[in-house]
Design a protein around this ligand. Structure first.
Ligand code: HEM
Length: 426
């Protein structure tokens, strides 16, 4: 009798083989100096800034990985704003079309707006945007201050604490839980999912990772579907309550609302955690900067903007050409993909004088692209700025003697950059 592997086992084996082949192929290219492959592989991805400089120098950096990359401020901004570029293939299919179970596992998380092109993107964004105006988000300032105060009291009382575990991670997760009115009983699960789903942005690493993402996304969708029912019955001031009207009016589907809620968790959690982590890291590593903030905590907003330029939480995004065009003076074909290295744009000397110097007093000459640009400009930018400003200001006020107290361990991601652990002493 011959034993035939089951369909799901066959899919897993095929996926495992595909991931391993992609990884080994990428590593070989990275060793040969391919810039895009280097961004995805150790050790280069721990310090991507030399690779970014190389990409800027090339204009349009071609890669054998199958994607090109741009890194100057001008080219990044051009691609982000150009309506001939989108996030799907020209015919509207997602980049990894789920034709078979194996490739659907490669893209297990529906990223809502981030994965949509017009007209669906325009429709959904119009419905969601009014709930994210700076004025509406300003009401979360008191929430952010309350949480930060409580977290800092607990952490500072211990003398030593971990900046990420004890402040930078719980702050945004609590704010998003409030934004979506997640009951406190679910908050721990919510944080676990947020961490797991954020890893989807960098792509699937292994078969086990693909299954973890599928499981997490199924669980999260169950909670969000339940949340929609609860808010329908008992509306509040939260984002879901505000969008239920559009759902009932047939302007968006339940699936779209659930995916949008999930996107808020993915987009608003690790990003803001990294903002606080990268800011404190740069302030501590650059002589005189932490002391300047302690002397004048109202500089916290400037420190947030400088971090977004100097070492942004989201380092890059990607676009696909929807028609044959030209980029940096060379032909660029329909359905070709390009990485838009917004972190490289922040260090472009043509846009920012003395770009490798972190300076919280900097008066920007060009706006940074850390929140992207064009149609997908970050919907939560005002909230991220608010949380970052509160965290840095209150840290400087309440823990003025803060100093690094151990090795800062980086996360092993390409797109989201920030510390995984950051031991500090009060
Ligand atoms: C420092 C923190 C943050 C950074 C650096 C950041 C960065 C970004 C970037 C770069 C994009 C666009 C990606 C692209 O063009 O492909 C984006 C989109 C988005 N962000 Fe943020 N984000 C942050 C915080 C937040 C927060 C707190 C929320 C909400 C709670 C949020 C919600 C969104 C949403 C909904 C989108 C999708 C917009 C669209 O596709 O139309 N983000 N963010």
């Amino acid at each position: 009798m011959t034993l035939r592997p089951s369909r799901s086992l066959r899919d897993d084996l095929a996926l495992g083989g595909r991931i391993t082949a992609m990884r080994l192929g990428g590593l070989a290219l990275a060793l040969r100096g391919d810039p895009v492959a280097r961004l995805m592989h150790k050790p280069w991805r721990y310090d991507p800034y030399p690779t970014y400089a190389a990409v800027r120098g090339e204009g349009l950096a071609r890669s054998r990985v199958g994607l090109s990359a741009v890194g100057t401020h001008a080219l990044c901004e051009q691609v982000l704003r150009d309506r001939r570029f989108g996030v799907r293939l020209a015919d509207g299919r997602p980049p990894f079309a789920p034709e078979d179970a194996e490739s659907s596992l490669l893209e297990p998380v529906d990223l809502s707006l981030l994965g949509m092109d017009p007209p669906d993107h325009t429709r959904l964004r119009r419905l969601a945007a009014p709930t994210f105006t700076p004025k509406r988000l300003e009401r979360y300032r008191t929430v952010a201050e309350e949480i930060t105060g409580r977290l800092l009291d607990d952490a500072a009382a211990r003398g030593r604490f971990d900046l990420v575990r004890d402040l930078a991670a719980p702050l945004p997760i609590t704010v998003i839980a409030r934004l979506l009115a997640i009951p406190s009983v679910d908050a721990d699960r919510f944080a676990r999912w947020g961490r797991a789903l954020a890893t989807a942005l960098d792509g699937v690493r292994s078969v086990a990772h693909a299954h973890e993402l599928s499981r997490t996304t199924a669980e999260a969708r169950e909670l969000f579907t339940d949340l929609v029912d609860r808010r329908r019955a008992d509306p509040g001031e939260d984002v879901v309550s505000q969008l239920v009207g559009a759902l009932d009016a047939g302007q968006m589907s339940l699936d779209e609302l659930v995916s949008l809620a999930q996107l808020l968790l993915v987009a608003g959690f690790e990003t803001t955690t990294n903002l606080v982590g990268n800011a404190v890291r740069a302030l501590q590593a650059t002589p005189g900067q932490w002391e300047a903030l302690v002397a004048d905590p109202s500089l916290a907003g400037g420190a947030v903007e400088e971090t977004l330029r100097y070492d942004p939480p989201v380092q890059l995004t990607a676009r696909i050409a929807h028609e044959d065009t030209e980029l940096a003076g060379v032909p660029f074909r329909r359905n070709w993909g390009v990485l838009v290295l917004v972190a490289a744009a922040g260090r472009d000397p043509a846009a920012h004088p003395d770009p490798d110097r972190f300076d919280l007093h900097r008066v920007p000459t060009t706006p940074h692209l850390a929140f992207s640009g064009g149609a997908h400009y970050c919907l939560g930018a005002a909230l991220a700025r608010l949380e970052g400003e509160v965290a840095l200001r209150m840290l400087a006020e309440r823990v003025p003697g803060l100093r690094r107290a151990g090795r800062v361990v980086p996360k092993t991601a390409t797109i989201l950059r920030g510390p995984r652990t950051f031991p500090v002493a009060a």
